[in-house]
Design a protein around this ligand. Structure first.
Ligand code: ADP
Length: 400
């Protein structure tokens, strides 16, 4: 059983072909700069990486290139398209239109069109990617897997905004969250690793990457999450502001003469640790700068770790305690200083890090980094969003 996972951006298309018997990646890569000059095709298989400058005027050509490479007699991993049993498409926003993974059908595609403007940068790109795949593989079952899906178990008092209820009903404005596939995966992995029933655990999952979100998972179900209607909310991120008083945004927009969409672009692209530090959105650059005495880089890092800590505290309250704290994604898996600072001064919760284990935490595997006398387990769990999408695709398309 082989599942192709597709993640389409407006000018990119990431792909992975996963063998579901072993849950291993057969081939993966990225089509970059689709529709832009100098498009780039990256293909990784058999331990080798191939990078080619190929003209990719649109997503259709990109999908054709991917399939051709997967079937290539020298570097390919399948001999015919019929070996691809299903395709899972990552979709960023679902609104309330989709509450679970859903088969691609004319009806579901119509709904996708209707909710396009919920994520104007991402959802239209997903539609383009799906259509491109349908052209090449019209008979292969395809499934929409939403970043928001895992968060639909939140109770209404957690997902509602305190706005006029009529506006919630009319426009479905509420908290949806994001990174759902990652939060779900690492919570499951943590329970498996600890040999505990997921249903018995209170877990706080910290997905800290370019975009960061924190989720409270009770018995395997999300009960709250830090991102909101869009991924702009929550802790400060690489370039996103995170939580901010809207009056401050209005005040700044007036002072700088920015329109609403220009303001949103500013909050999404020019703020976060990049905006505060003036150095970079990448945490490696930030810690280098902070270590060399850059005060604003240090401030940005402090704001980030303080933000993570506040959410952990809030979710410990929401969960009435916490058994496991999980760190994942680029920063969560690799940055021991961020992990350590985010957990400082939490002894009252029974959270105690083993600084040595934390600093020497191996990469790419699950690691347990709490001190012996910590009441709470602290785990670093590598995420695998593509695998979750592939698993959901198998389930929804009733494959296997
Ligand atoms: P996304 O998938 O949201 O683009 P990732 O989960 O790949 O993001 O995380 C990317 C971020 O991870 C980078 O911006 C960088 O700040 C951080 N990162 C990656 N490796 C390291 C590392 N070794 N140390 C500190 N931060 C790292």
């Amino acid at each position: 059983m082989k599942i192709l996972v597709i993640n389409s951006g407006s000018s990119s298309l990431k792909y992975q072909l996963i063998d579901m018997e072993t849950e291993s990646v057969l081939a993966k890569g990225n089509c970059e700069r689709i529709g832009i000059e100098n498009s780039n095709f990256i293909y990784k298989a058999h331990g080798k990486t191939i990078e080619q400058q190929v003209d990719m005027p649109n997503h259709n050509v990109a999908v054709q290139l991917v399939l051709k490479k997967l079937m290539d007699k020298d570097v390919g991993v399948i001999s015919s398209m019929s070996e691809i049993d299903g395709v899972g498409h990552r979709v960023v926003a679902s609104g309330e239109a989709f509450k679970k993974p859903t088969l691609v059908t004319p009806e579901s595609m119509e709904l996708m069109e209707e909710i396009k403007d919920l994520a104007p940068l991402h959802n239209p790109a997903a539609i383009v990617g799906i259509k491109a795949c349908l052209l090449e593989m019209p008979d292969t079952p395809m499934v929409l897997v939403f970043d928001t899906g895992f968060h639909f178990t939140m109770p209404d008092y957690a997902y509602m905004y305190a706005i006029d209820y009529a506006h919630y009903e009319k426009y479905k404005i509420r908290r949806y969250g994001a990174h759902g596939t990652s939060h779900k995966f690492v919570a499951q992995e943590a329970a498996k690793y600890l040999k505990k029933d997921l249903k018995s655990l209170k877990i706080i999952t910290c997905h800290l990457g370019n975009g960061s979100s924190i989720t409270a998972v009770n018995g395997g179900e999300c009960i709250d999450t830090s991102m909101g209607f869009t991924p702009l909310a929550g802790v400060p991120m690489g370039t996103r502001s995170g939580d901010i008083d809207y009056s401050a945004a209005e005040y700044l927009a007036k002072k700088e003469g920015l329109s609403v969409s220009e303001m949103l672009n500013y909050l999404n692209k020019k703020c976060g640790v990049l905006g505060v530090s003036g150095v970079s959105s990448d945490f490696r650059d930030l810690s280098n700068a902070a270590n060399n005495g850059n005060r604003r880089a240090e401030l940005a890092l402090n704001m980030f770790t303080y933000g993570v800590k506040k959410y952990i505290g809030a979710y410990a309250a929401a969960l009435n305690g916490v058994d496991v704290i999980v760190f994942t994604a680029g920063i969560g898996e690799n940055d021991d200083v961020v992990r350590s600072k985010s957990l400082q001064g939490m002894d009252y919760l029974g959270v105690k890090l083993d600084e040595k284990k934390n600093a020497s935490c191996p990469r790419g595997v699950i690691a347990e980094i709490q001190a012996k006398d910590s009441k709470v387990k602290i785990l670093v769990v590598p995420t695998n969003e593509e695998l979750v999408i592939a698993r959901e695709t198998m389930l929804e398309a009733k494959l296997g």
